[in-house]
Design a protein around this ligand. Structure first.
Ligand code: NAG
Ligand code: NAG
Ligand code: NAG
Ligand code: NAG
Ligand code: NAG
Ligand code: NAG
Length: 417
């Protein structure tokens, strides 16, 4: 009895430091799990900059997103998420499993998602200070990395190989994490491209941005100019590394130090790929600042022979100062889905040949003139030479006509009130 007490003290003294290290080295052991609740805990990186776990969705009560986020900033900006069809309900669970890696199950135990490790037995999960969540075997080989399975955001020190089919998919909207209409990929030929896709398939339209980092035609590719990797280096610079190890920078913008700023690059839900910075200082009310983005003008760039571009059908795209698009319905039209500002617009009036027959044609409609606006790829007639008045007249007499474009001026039909 007399000797038992010192032993116990020694045991405690040794145990306490170990347990506090175990909580802080980003190390998660097999068998550990997290549950989606209001006061859910998360797995933190040693520095505390990043957290892995469930985040409640701001606009959807009782729904959660399994994700990685910047944990020290008020925004808690999400940088990676498990791509499931729908956000998961309260009570869902993620478990670190030796054979299946990360396993996400619903409240009834139904499997919703797994981190696909393919081979090996998982020994640890590590939430690293770079924001990469890694699954390792007992020899510290990486079996799965969130950095190798990006969603819509890249972080410094993240490198994506050409072999990866698609690098990034945008989300549906700022708050809806379902797969959106835009993708970024490093093609087999080395070209980095941004495409719109025709959901629900991945079928891509012509690129609305391409880097041009392909093999040189002059020397049948021997100079190694094709891109092999998309690199976001530790200093925050993003470039395409060519086979000949030359760099093709995506931007010439000079960056602040990663010691003072967080960086991320996100394929936004509107198709604009943007690099942002955010001050690390705790007491300042920092926010994400856009450093550069591509393409230069998403409104012009996404014009393609299929799909509506960044705004929905019948919607008019205007570029804001931050190079992000603003989508507005023309007068006389309103949003098909009132909650989706970026969606399609429908006329508030009935338009068609039937209506024209019922009334005295010309009085049914009027013209709304929009300057510097075009409605590309929808022409069914091209009259030349023709004056502006002849154009208007022709449209008035044509019950199929909704828009006439006169050089850079567009007329939209609206019903007279
Ligand atoms: C994780 O923890 C285990 C046991 O506590 C330890 O053996 C391993 O080295 C740790 N891994 C890392 C990456 O810190
Ligand atoms: C978590 O929140 C619930 C109510 O939302 C509360 O009853 C419970 O005590 C909380 N648990 C912890 C560990 O704070
Ligand atoms: C997100 O958008 C998709 C596609 O439009 C829709 O099916 C889904 O219900 C939306 N999810 C939420 C949580 O609103
Ligand atoms: C290819 O050759 C043309 C004409 O000889 C030259 O103008 C062009 O710069 C060359 N391109 C490259 C990538 O070397
Ligand atoms: C990152 O890339 C930039 C531009 O190529 C370079 O100046 C810088 O030294 C690189 N930083 C690191 C850590 O490699
Ligand atoms: C942060 O914002 C709050 C409210 O917007 C303000 O009261 C506070 O002074 C700001 N702090 C700093 C350091 O700017």
């Amino acid at each position: 009895m007399v000797f038992a007490l010192p032993h116990l003290l020694v045991f405690l003294l040794v145990l306490l430091p170990i347990s506090s290290i175990a909580q802080n080295n980003g190390n998660v052991t097999v068998g550990n799990s997290l549950t989606a609740t209001d006061n859910t805990t998360s797995w933190l990186s040693p520095s505390g900059d990043f957290a892995f776990g469930f985040r409640p969705l701001s606009n959807q009560k009782d729904l959660f997103l399994l994700s990685i986020w910047f944990d020290k900033i008020p925004d808690k900006t999400v940088v990676w998420y498990a791509r499931v069809d729908n956000p998961v309900p309260r009570g869902s669970k993620v478990k670190l499993d030796a054979d299946n890696g990360l396993v996400l199950t619903g409240p009834q135990g139904d499997e919703l998602w797994t981190a696909n490790t393919i081979v090996g037995t998982v020994a640890y999960g590590v939430m690293s200070n770079t924001g990469n969540f890694v699954l390792q075997d007992s020899s510290f080989n990486n079996l799965w990395e969130s950095f190798k399975n990006p969603t819509d955001t890249l972080l410094p020190s993240q490198i994506v190989e050409r072999s990866v089919v698609v690098v990034l998919y945008s989300r549906q909207s700022e708050t809806n994490f379902s797969k959106g209409r835009f993708l970024l990929k490093l093609q087999d030929d080395g070209d980095l491209v941004l495409n719109t896709i025709n959901l629900p398939t991945d079928n891509a339209n012509d690129p609305y941005y391409n880097s041009g980092t392909v093999a040189s035609v002059n020397d049948s590719g021997t100079s190694g100019t094709a891109g092999k990797q998309l690199v976001f280096n530790n200093s925050g610079y993003i470039y395409i590394l060519r086979e000949n190890n030359q760099r093709f920078p995506l931007s010439q913008v000079k960056l602040d130090s990663t010691a003072d700023f967080y960086f991320r690059a996100t394929l936004n839900f509107d198709g604009v790929f943007t690099q942002y910075s955010h001050p690390k200082t705790f007491n300042a009310n920092g926010s994400w600042t856009s450093l550069w983005s591509m393409p230069d003008n998403i409104c012009l760039a996404t014009v393609s022979n299929s799909g509506s571009g960044t705004c929905g059908y019948n919607s008019i795209c205007t570029l804001k100062s931050d190079r992000r698009p603003k989508c507005d319905c023309p007068r006389g039209y309103s949003l098909l889905d009132p909650n989706d500002q970026y969606g399609s617009c429908q006329p508030d009036f009935i338009q068609g040949c039937q209506e024209d027959k019922l009334g005295p044609g010309k009085d049914l409609y009027s013209f709304e003139v929009l300057i510097n606006t075009d409605w590309p790829n929808a022409d069914y007639a091209f009259l030349r030479p023709y004056t502006e008045d002849q154009c208007k007249q022709s449209c008035m007499e044509d019950c199929m006509c909704a828009v006439t474009i006169f050089r850079a001026v567009k007329f939209v039909f609206g019903l007279l009130p």
